[in-house]
Design a protein around this ligand. Sequence first.
Ligand SMILES: [Zn+2]
Length: 131
Amino acid sequence: MHEWALAEALISTVIQVSKKEGLRKIFEIEVRIGELQDIDLEIFKFALIQLRPDYLKDAEFKFKIVKTKLKCRICGHEWSPRKDELDESVREAIHFIPEITHAYLRCPRCGSIDFDIIEGRGVWLEYVRGK
Ligand SMILES: [Zn+2]
């Protein structure tokens, strides 16, 4: 149930940010989730609602899924794999062993399997709006 751990971490980040910015009322919180991040959004949303403190009761959580972006180390080409190249079993494998991506994907320009995952992993707080 790592959704709960992620939700807890996110809430504590929101609290830190709102303290730092002197916000007492929060309207909107945007969360970005990498496409490769293995997460059940429904559980994650539920966990956030359960864990949020009172002053976040009226805040709206917005979620954006960030597409995977890869960059070839050989020719520098950047691309996003197609959805059908990232079926569930591939995403799951990538989640546990990121290096495994190289077994499934290759650079569409030069055919290299030597590339970096530059976007598409992790969960982070994009912004907090309030006053
Ligand atoms: Zn390439």
